[in-house]
Design a binder for this molecule. Structure first.
Ligand SMILES: Nc1nc2c(ncn2[C@@H]2O[C@H](COP(=O)(O)OP(=O)(O)OP(=O)(O)OP(=O)(O)OC[C@H]3O[C@@H](n4cnc5c(=O)[nH]c(N)nc54)[C@H](O)[C@@H]3O)[C@@H](O)[C@H]2O)c(=O)[nH]1
Length: 142
């Protein structure tokens, strides 16, 4: 069975019209950058996992966030030969100055505009998801 993980693409708006995405850098392995996410615990539903991992890894709870309706992206990739599905919802940080509190799983974080976020993300599928999130926000504004 595929591994399953869930998380949130978190963004904040800064004047005049900047959108910045939150990426966390793992303190292990390849030190890759991802949005907050993690494995689904037995019996846990996907959205609960996404919220729990966002709280654990970034210190942000639902009180800090405004979930964007109509966006849910699933990535499929392999980790050490096993298929993995990763589901990302999209949420805005209500107060852009809210501090980020990292866990031991991450050593650094960055608020990055789209192109920098894509460069940090590296993986094409994650870049595509960030671009889709950005486009979704632009479309909502029209
Ligand atoms: N010491 C150590 N410990 C580890 C390691 N590994 C895990 N731990 C432990 O696991 C716990 C984390 O538990 P959770 O937080 O619940 O899970 P996740 O958030 O799901 O985190 P993971 O890191 O397990 O999973 P991914 O982020 O998926 O990375 C796995 C591989 O997939 C590739 N990859 C990553 N992202 C993308 C993408 O977007 N697109 C594509 N195409 N590929 C991507 C990349 O090659 C990467 O190497 C930690 O506390 C550690 O204890 C490790 O190497 N060394």
């Amino acid at each position: 069975m595929a591994l399953r993980a869930c998380g949130f693409i978190i963004f904040r708006r800064l004047p005049p019209e900047n959108i910045e995405f939150l990426l966390l850098q793992t303190s292990y392995g390849e030190h890759h950058w991802t949005p907050p996410k993690g494995h689904v615990d037995p019996g846990e539903d996907d959205l609960t996992t996404a919220l729990r991992e966002t709280q654990e890894e970034a210190g942000l709870s639902l009180d800090h966030l405004s979930v964007v309706q109509g966006f849910l992206h699933t990535l499929h990739y392999e980790v050490r030969g096993r298929p993995k599905d990763v589901l990302y919802w999209l949420a805005e940080l209500r107060d852009p100055c809210t501090p980020i509190a990292l866990s031991q799983e991450h050593g650094d974080f960055r608020w990055a505009r789209l192109e920098e976020a894509c460069a940090l993300a590296g993986y094409q599928d994650l870049q595509d998801t960030l671009r889709a999130a950005h486009q979704h926000l632009l479309n909502k504004r029209d």
